[in-house]
Design a binder for this molecule. Structure first.
Ligand code: SER
Length: 269
């Protein structure tokens, strides 16, 4: 599939699950003093999560241009060093505002990746939140149990607050999350070292592709967590990483997202 087909397939898939497709919000954020640039697909929906505005549609999907160069989500130190972080990138996302929750979010993510994109099930790993005593947060056994219907238990790994509790910024909507990782190493490397040990370990060929956040809390200025009026889903998939996984490349820059541009510049240089 070309990158255009991959993007279309994402939007069509969620359209078929009754999601309204909306445009990407501007990269420069207006009306939110806590954020300068859009750093995630969910930013434009912040008020819906907090219960301060009502969405027209309870299910939305889109592809959002994001910039992670400052604040809580800052990838600047990674860009140009590894093969899978970018300053400006595209995030594919689906949202539920008080509608479906963990079961469908997990089931549809699995269906899209394995049946539409035909990613190799033996290369997929997922993580769930292990809980955090200091915050009074319990292990996400619900997500674990839903994943069990799709993937063998030795591929469901526990993750800590840093990797498996997503927060928009110092304040704002947040919740436990479940990440999906893809192992793109060679057969031989996979035989020698099990992929489990390389998830979230900065391995250049074992990378996170999708993050499913189960929005349940609002982080207040005083640092405490307040429960949101309703439970929501916020997912974000790195488009350039997904394209790389589907196209079987070892670097995001080798995909047809970047190659035409790189070739053009090389010819002109
Ligand atoms: N907001 C989450 C993230 O950026 C999921 O979309 O990872």
């Amino acid at each position: 599939m070309t990158n255009r087909e991959i993007r279309e397939a994402f939007l069509n898939f969620f359209k078929s699950k009754n999601h309204q497709i909306v445009p990407s919000a501007p990269v420069v954020v207006k009306n939110d003093p806590t954020l300068m640039f859009t750093n995630a697909g969910m930013n434009q929906f912040k008020d819906f999560f907090l219960g301060e505005a009502q969405p027209k549609h309870s299910r939305i999907a889109d592809t959002q241009r994001c910039l992670r160069v400052s604040g809580k989500h800052n990838d600047l130190e990674e860009v140009g060093i590894d093969t899978y972080h970018h300053t400006l990138f595209e995030m594919l996302g689906n949202w539920s505002f008080g509608d479906y929750f963990k079961k469908e979010a997990i089931e549809w993510a699995w269906e899209l990746l394995t049946e539409v994109y035909k990613l190799d099930k033996d290369r997929l790993y997922v993580t769930i939140f292990e809980g955090d005593d200091s915050e009074g947060l319990v292990k996400d056994t619900e997500a674990y149990d839903f994943w069990k219907s799709w993937i063998s238990e030795d591929r469901i790994l526990l993750g800590n607050k840093k990797d498996n509790f997503w927060e928009m910024g110092e304040t704002g909507p947040c919740g436990p999350c479940s990440e999906i990782h893809y192992d793109m190493r060679t057969e031989e490397e996979r035989r020698t070292t099990p992929g489990q040990s390389l998830v979230n370990a900065d391995h250049p060929q074992v990378i996170e592709i999708w993050n499913l956040v189960f929005m349940q809390f609002n982080r207040l200025k005083n640092g405490s967590l307040e429960s949101l009026p309703a439970k929501h889903v916020d997912t974000g998939m790195g488009f350039e990483r997904l394209v790389r996984a589907i196209q079987g490349k070892s670097s995001n820059y080798d995909t047809d997202v970047f190659q035409p541009m790189i070739t053009f510049i090389a010819q002109k240089a």
